[in-house]
Design a binder for this molecule. Structure first.
Ligand SMILES: [Zn+2]
Length: 373
């Protein structure tokens, strides 16, 4: 039975709310042509309420354990909550039950990639692309992941206790050693501050500058990136050792924040904490703010800085660092629990109240420090 028109709309919006740009585009072009069970669960996903969606999908699955769309829904809800292990398992089941289920294959590829399983990621997208050979985005993604995989396979792996570090070897030997030392030290320092010590090894890749920008497609001003893996540009014009330490520490902070709260952390909070944990001198921030022509409200800095030019990004980092400094002072040793609350869906203001901080006081102090009257 075809999906009723109204329900199709719900499914579409759920895709938009939940998935990567690629999966959204894929879903827009082809919806599963079959009966859609558990419409309330899809509606919950649409409302950004994946906890409710997960519980409804799970209930429905007890009645219809062999419905691939329900497993796909359960996988989508788990993914939206940042529970990638559980998402992977649901999506594998969806694909086992229906090997031609392109949307499930696409999301399975995405989740496998985020979990560091490049082989499964590439296999899943290959299959999806075979089923829809005219989909340019699938092709583009597949090409990018294959290139990345071939670059990584030419790298050496440096053993470290909590990390898997890939690097070029040769001339990069010293850099690899230094990065490994910094990572281990900072793992304990940031872990202690956030009361969280990731148990699964974190993946770290040290690239040449060209490979870094080719693979991450980061803005030209960026030298580090965290997207489930810590990626750092170390080749070409080498950063000074202190600058390298700073970048490594910054990206590690993102990785530890992501293990506490994989979703829903606004970019200003994420970036602010990463700058805060860099631990180096932050006197540049007030200076940047004094000279800034515009101060962007924090709520407009929730979605990431990659669209900003270098100057705008500098101001955004300074604003975020100021916010993080105030938060860390006001929330104190509970900053890890505070992040967990935000990751569980509490707004920043509600989470502040949970820790006896008045949101108004936080925002007023931030406005005062960044120079907004
Ligand atoms: Zn960052």
């Amino acid at each position: 039975m075809p999906i009723p028109r109204a329900t199709k709309g719900v499914l579409l919006v759920a895709f938009v709310a939940t998935f990567s740009a690629l999966a959204v585009a894929t879903a827009l072009s082809r919806l599963p042509k079959r009966e859609l069970a558990a419409p309330e669960a899809w509606a919950a996903l649409e409302r950004h309420d994946p906890e409710r969606a997960a519980s409804l999908f799970s209930k429905e699955l007890t009645e219809r354990p062999r419905d691939p769309i329900l497993h796909f829904g359960a996988g989508s809800a788990a993914y939206a909550m940042g529970r990638t292990k559980s998402a992977l398992s649901s999506l594998k089941t969806a694909v086992d039950l229906d090997p031609d289920f392109v949307e499930a294959l696409t999301l399975l590829g995405q989740v496998a990639y985020e979990r560091g399983d490049s082989a499964l990621a590439i296999r899943s997208i290959e299959k999806a692309s075979d089923l829809h050979p005219r989909d340019g985005q699938l092709k583009e993604l597949l090409g990018r992941w294959r290139r990345e995989s071939s670059v990584h396979s030419s790298y050496l792996e440096k053993p470290a206790e909590h990390f898997q570090i890939l690097y070029e070897g040769g001339a990069q030997q010293n850099i690899g050693d230094r990065v490994a030392r910094v990572l281990e030290t900072e793992y304990w320092r940031i872990g202690k501050a956030l009361n969280s010590y990731p148990s699964e090894p974190l993946s770290v890749i040290l690239y040449t500058n060209r490979e870094f920008h080719d693979i991450t497609r980061s803005p030209s001003w960026a030298t580090g990136n965290y997207d489930g893996r810590i990626r750092i540009a170390v080749g070409g014009a080498l950063p000074s050792s202190r600058e390298l330490d700073r970048i490594v520490t910054h990206e590690l902070a993102h990785a530890i924040v992501a293990t506490i709260a994989p979703r829903r952390v606004p970019a200003w909070l994420n970036e602010g904490l990463a700058v805060y944990f860099e631990g180096s001198d932050r006197s540049w921030a007030p200076e940047v703010l004094r000279n800034a022509s515009t101060i962007v409200p924090l709520e407009n800095l929730a979605r990431g800085f990659s669209g900003l030019d270098e100057q705008e990004a500098l101001v955004a980092y300074a604003e975020s660092a100021t916010a993080a400094e105030i938060l860390c002072a006001q929330v104190g040793p509970n900053i890890g629990s505070f992040l967990q609350s935000v990751g569980n869906g509490r707004s920043v203001d509600d989470a502040l109240l949970d820790f006896q901080v008045q949101p108004n006081a936080f925002h007023a102090e931030w406005r005062r420090r960044v120079g907004v009257r």
